[in-house]
Design a protein around this ligand. Sequence first.
Ligand SMILES: [Zn+2]
Length: 107
Amino acid sequence: MACVPPAIESEVNYRDGYRCAYCGRSGFDVWTSMGIDHFKPKSRGGSDGTSNLHACCSACNNYMQAKEFATMEEARQHCRKCMTQDWIAYQVLIAKWLADQMPRLAE
Ligand SMILES: [Zn+2]
């Protein structure tokens, strides 16, 4: 998560309604921690101005890394795609775990 002064962070969170600008999850949702994302990464010359900053959940922040997107919509699509892939991987893990708990009917 990017380090910006607390006053700026509060301002951006308030403007974005305490929701992730990419996936729309709320900072009040379970398992979501919120931070601030530089739309244009600082490492690529992005500014600390509020127009370059967005409220961002930890998952989306992780998906974005230091990637650069042309538009917000492009960034949102990227996060949605990552989230769907994570969800499918999670379901596969659960299915495997459940299968391990079952008696081996075929034997
Ligand atoms: Zn998010």
